[in-house]
Design a binder for this molecule. Structure first.
Ligand code: TYD
Length: 224
């Protein structure tokens, strides 16, 4: 029996602690026999990774930044995400369009209606499904910007976003909250200020509730 693909995105401000959980979730899905495509934005294809390097390192105006991010997304969707969903994979994507609304919209103050237009163009997949491609579930790692800043302090050389002050991340966090209010069925808020184990429990409970992860596999897995 062929299984339907599942598209899950991971969001939150820098320092929210998504990375280890994405890896663990990939392992948990693999353990229950699912094929997993693990990917990220900006990036996920050779072209989109080149665009990522520019966006994270080169100075540019906000419209150029938004256009490069959406160009990378278009390539990623067509080359990686849509084919993986068509095969029936679980696609785990470290950030997707909500990050653009949070960082470029909230953080940079870029014009929301323009982002909505780009979202409609770039995520339209008429050959595959009518409408606009969105994740089936977005795990939103929510925590206060001050806590995230403490976690990030001294961790590595910051990129153009990580180098921003705490006020920027407050606007990014507000941007995520607004997206979550607009799509409450798609968003699951994870309290990322809790211990790593408690965060993992919140994630697996969400996936078990949706019928995508078995209780047994979720109990045996988790970040080390
Ligand atoms: P991140 O996902 O945190 O990767 P890493 O853990 O390797 O640093 O980094 C990507 C950065 O790009 C992050 O600071 C947020 C930013 N970003 C945007 O500004 N807009 C977007 O649409 C996306 C996807 C990411």
């Amino acid at each position: 029996m062929s299984r339907a693909g599942v598209f899950i995105s991971f969001e939150g401000i820098d320092g929210a602690g998504k990375s280890t959980h994405i890896e663990s979730l990939a392992a948990a899905f693999t353990a229950q026999g699912r094929a997993v495509t693990l990917t990220r934005e900006p990036g996920g294809t050779p072209l989109a990774e080149k665009l990522r390097a520019m966006v994270l390192n080169d100075a540019m105006d906000p419209l150029t930044e938004a256009l490069l991010i959406f160009a990378a997304r278009r390539d990623h969707l067509l080359q990686v995400i849509e084919p993986a969903l068509a095969r029936g994979d679980v696609v785990l994507c470290d950030r997707f369009t909500d990050a653009t609304f949070a960082y470029q919209g909230g953080g940079r103050g870029f014009d929301g209606p323009t982002l909505h237009t780009l979202e409609q163009w770039v995520q339209a997949t008429p050959a595959v499904q009518p409408g606009v491609r969105q994740p089936d579930l977005t795990l939103w790692f929510d925590l206060p910007p001050e806590t995230a800043a403490q976690r990030l302090a001294g961790a590595r050389v910051p990129d153009r976003f990580e180098a921003q002050p705490v006020e920027f991340f407050q606007r990014v966090a507000d941007g995520y909250a607004a997206r979550a209010r607009a799509a409450p069925q798609r968003f699951a808020r994870i309290d990322a200020s809790r211990s790593r184990h408690e965060v993992w429990q919140q994630i697996t409970a969400t996936l078990v509730r949706r019928g995508w992860l078995s209780i047994m596999v979720s109990a045996q897995s988790g970040p080390r």
